[in-house]
Design a protein around this ligand. Structure first.
Ligand code: ZN
Length: 367
């Protein structure tokens, strides 16, 4: 049977009562992931049940494993991780229209309320009632997952499940940050630090697509080579050049008009600010490298600098990324595709920073 025929047969047969999952059985690290049999989720009102084909191992899952991500309630164990599954629609709850069993779909990780002022204004990435697939509810590291239909998007023809999963988190976050929050312009000179990371590498591609000039900085020759392959105009290895502001200013004498920080590192922050243009913007969407940084307020107001924070992605950016993918204008960054039962190994690679692009886990079809 072809892949598509297998998928159709799988979702049209009566759905099993239970499913296999790689679930977190205790708070800690990847060693607490285990293969378990769980009840298959039912679609509640306005929900879609998806037969999962792919899901990525993300840094978000590592925060969840450590018990650090869900601030509203304790994690109910066993907990299924996985924020960005893609697969085939297998069941529809009451009130869902626009989807049919058999549709190829991908899940947007963050779930907004849809009714608050920010959601109504289209700034749903800032919704105060945000929850996340795989954090506040069961995720996609399983044969089936149930998610609100609002978070389900059809995968364009020509885009595979692994590619859809690989683009589901980082690209919409980077687009929300660049386009909607930082108001990216074609005449911007964008400095992207941690450019080999998931968000950084998406930001490099998206800024180039918007016509901006991109100076990408990453640590180490191998990461620098990877970033060069993404199309950055100038690439700096800040392991070789710790005082990299000089190199940015040599390439862009007026300084960078927009600085994209997705990891947080006090030394990198300091250099990046030294390379900023007057009236430049800095936008931050991550802090795992070190959240406390130095800031000279005199320099800030004299140079009219704006510092912005951003997190997550809005629905419009998500749709726009799928359209760009359908047009073949984005390249999914995939490091490896592993079977779901090797999830522990995927997280070990992620923790060791051994990946360039997403590590995708594939759910075996049919059993
Ligand atoms: Zn809201």
């Amino acid at each position: 049977m072809t892949d598509v025929a297998t998928d159709r047969a799988r979702v049209r047969a009566p759905l099993p009562a239970t499913m296999r999952a790689m679930a977190l059985t205790a708070i800690g690290g990847p060693e607490n992931l285990a293969a378990v049999e769980l009840p298959r989720p039912w679609p509640e009102v306005d929900e879609v049940v998806i037969a999962v084909r792919t899901v990525a191992a993300n840094r978000q899952d590592i925060f969840t494993m450590r018990g650090a991500a869900n601030r509203t309630s304790a994690l109910a164990l066993p907990h299924v991780l996985g924020i960005d599954p893609a697969g085939v629609v297998a069941g529809l709850g009451t009130g869902v229209d626009g989807f049919a069993v058999g549709d190829r779909v991908v899940v947007k990780p963050s779930i907004s309320c849809g009714t608050c002022d920010l959601c109504v204004a289209g700034e749903d990435e800032a919704c105060p009632r945000l929850t996340n697939v795989g954090v506040h509810r069961q995720g996609g590291m399983a044969e089936y997952v149930a998610v609100p239909a609002r978070n389900v998007f059809r995968i364009p023809d020509g885009v595979g499940f692994a590619e859809a999963t690989a683009m589901s988190h980082s690209f919409p976050v980077a687009l929300t940050m660049l386009r909607d929050r930082a108001r990216l312009r074609p005449d911007d000179t964008v400095l992207v630090t941690s450019a080999a990371g998931a968000i950084g590498s998406a930001a490099v591609q998206l800024a180039r697509l918007h016509g901006a000039r991109v100076i990408a900085a990453a640590g180490g020759e191998e990461r620098a080579a990877y970033v060069r392959g993404l199309g950055a105009d100038v690439v700096i290895d800040y392991r070789a050049q710790p005082a990299f502001a000089d190199e940015v200013l040599a390439a862009a004498p007026g300084g960078a008009t927009l600085y994209v920080e997705s990891a947080g590192d006090p030394a990198i922050w300091k250099e990046a600010l030294r390379a900023k243009a007057r009236r430049g913007r800095a936008i931050v969407c991550g802090s795992h490298g070190g959240p406390i940084v130095e800031l000279d307020l005199t320099w800030l107001f004299r140079n009219r600098i704006a510092i912005l924070g951003c997190s997550g992605s809005n629905l419009a950016a998500y749709r726009a990324v799928l359209e760009l993918a359908a047009a073949g204008r984005l390249r999914a960054n995939i490091h490896a595709v592993l079977p779901l039962d090797r999830a522990r190994e995927a997280f070990e690679i992620l923790l060791g920073r051994g990946n360039r692009g997403k590590i995708i886990l594939e759910v075996p079809v049919g059993r």
